[in-house]
Design a protein around this ligand. Structure first.
Ligand code: MG
Length: 246
């Protein structure tokens, strides 16, 4: 991963779910249960039908919400409140990731297809609430979802970001296509790579990837050659082992 690919980057955009916490936390298992229940209540369908619709909307629109809005005129705010009322007990603070993000030069933002309020709760549980300049949710994109380009354009305009000097970090490779077309550096953060022309880089270890771009300074960290491997640091254990991690 050549750090020079990122030397001009001054805007760092991070997805939230399964990007700023490991997929092994399985928060989406809880969210999906609540989404299905919401679809059952809103549309008056049974569980199997609601579950099928949820998956179909996610695949076709990028989010379940976009399908519910476009096809059924569902009010987005009650939906967003309801599906994000989940337990965050599985999350642990990640000081190493906080340091790595904090060392990036320029603006650092979170942009999620969830709500900004939910994102702030997740960031607090991860100990990442102090390292971002701004947090944007789907409400800031007029409820249009990633991967739609118009959603990115709206959020980046609100954030004052020049995509040509930006990098996007995402676990859903679909959501890197528009950023790539807009001139961003794209990083797929996931246990397994999904090679595609719009994916510049893949990593299964966001902290280590960021540390190679901008070595964090700070007590106890030697950023020079031969420094201790990140996994040997005490806080590395905040990432659960396994789950596709080497
Ligand atoms: Mg995600």
């Amino acid at each position: 991963m050549p750090a020079k690919d990122f030397q001009d980057v001054r805007a760092w955009v991070f997805d939230l779910d399964n990007t700023l916490y490991p997929p092994s936390a399985r928060l989406f298992d809880q969210i999906e249960v609540r989404m299905t229940r919401f679809v059952m209540d809103a549309l008056g369908v049974d569980h199997a039908r609601a579950d099928a619709l949820r998956r179909d909307y996610w695949r076709r629109y990028g989010t379940t919400l976009a399908g519910l809005m476009d096809e059924h005129g569902v009010d987005p705010d009650p939906y967003l409140n309801e599906v994000h009322e989940i337990s965050l007990e599985a999350l642990r603070p990640d000081p190493a990731l906080a340091r790595a993000i904090g060392a990036l030069p320029g603006r650092r933002i979170v942009y999620t297809n969830g709500s900004a309020g939910y994102a702030r709760r997740v960031l607090a549980a991860r100990g990442l609430d102090g390292v971002f300049d701004a947090v944007f949710g789907v409400e800031h994109a007029g409820y249009r979802p990633k991967p739609e380009r118009s959603a990115f354009e709206r959020v980046f305009a609100a954030a004052g970001i020049d995509p040509g000097k930006g990098a996007m970090f995402e676990d859903d490779a679909r959501n890197l296509a528009a950023p790539h077309a807009m001139g961003m550096r794209t990083v797929h953060v996931a246990p397994s790579p999904e090679p595609a022309p719009h994916v510049h880089h893949h990593t299964d270890d966001l902290t280590a990837f960021l540390e190679r771009i901008a070595p964090p300074a700070g007590p106890g960290l030697d950023s020079g050659p031969g420094r201790a491997d990140w996994r040997s640091r005490p806080d590395a254990q905040t990432w659960p082992r396994g789950e596709g991690r080497k």
